[in-house]
Ligand binder design. Sequence first.
Ligand code: ZN
Length: 434
Amino acid sequence: MGSESYRLTCVRCGKVFEDLQDRFLLQCDEDHGPSLLRSEYDNKQLTIQREHPGIFRYNQWLPIRRVVDTPVKPAVFKSENLAQRIGLENLWIAFNGYWPERGAAMETCSFKELEALPVCARRPDGMEGILVVSSAGNTGRAFLQTCSRFGIPALIVVPEAALPAMWLTVPKHPNVKLAVLKGDRDYLDAIELADKIAALDGYFPEGGAKNVARRDGMGTVVLAAVEAIGRVPDHYFQAVGSGTGGIAAWEMSRRFRQDGRNGDHKMKLHLVQNVPFAIMSDAWRAGSRDLPLLDEHEAKGLIARLHSGVLSNRKPPYGITGGVYDALTDTDGQMYSVVSEEALLAGWLFESLEGCDLDPAAEVALAGLVRAARQGKVDKSDVVLLNLTGGGKNLLELEETPRPVRPDYVFSSKDYSLNQLEKQLLRSPTKISV
Ligand SMILES: [Zn+2]
């Protein structure tokens, strides 16, 4: 396992890179527009390593340098009650959260653990420096928990509005730090501040959608589904803020096309956003690769009214080569914009019919599926995969008391110079030591 079992290929120019030990490659070095790298695995046919209970059973299709011990993987099961209610015969749920009865062991109650684990497992051996991760909420919580569990130095940057979502079920490791950007700031502001910090000596960027380990980690939802169902689904539903999960699902379904055992079967993407901030839905419906131009103040006003605050990236990887637009185009996909009342109703429906609470983004995804089923966008007998990206907090709280995380650093502006940032990080309560 390791760099010899996969390469990274630029989606735009085709340049091939080895994933070398001395770097954490996130983008192509050729002088062209923005593009994603994609992992290409030597094993074109996936053999599941069943001795691993968690996602590392799929390690042939993960860009990692080591396997860590974890029970975490998507819990995939066939729905009966919910499926019957919405008139589908082959509805499969990929539940990513905490639901022990179904085998879902994510104690942060979020699918972001599927990203955090492979990113930590891709970190080069002996690489020094602090991983900088920005988040609107659930990503930050997953990295706080995963990096704490494995003692990986990390700095998580979130807007103040995401602070209530920062909690842990394990003790916070002293090398894991939380930075909060105060005031009327959102996810994009946190991304911009994190980018600056990551440029300082001793820090390196996690990369978000550009990190192949993140996308392939999220793509394990499709791998777990194929393991449970025995085939690639016809349709894939997910709520999206950045759309990275949609890109990841598309990339995994492409690998199954290369695998050959599934024919040339294309899994159609159905991505769901939350009104009033549904910029990718708006662009897709307008047939545009470009996102609508929104004034910053106006956009923040819309984001503040979202049912699911994590679905709020103002600059998602939509038009980038290999991004959401290309994924939707290749799969003849659909986008939906659902209102908060539809999402709440969907959450109630799931809890009463299936028996577990959902987080708001998962409620948005189910609301999209309910609408698609009602409008005949999927046939009754089609194999449908619904990725529920979070839930089970009520079940978790029966067993655990989540501990809130206090910020180690508080920034009042994202407009610091690098020099000021460096001073602030040194001056703050506890200096990061590696
Ligand atoms: Zn390139």
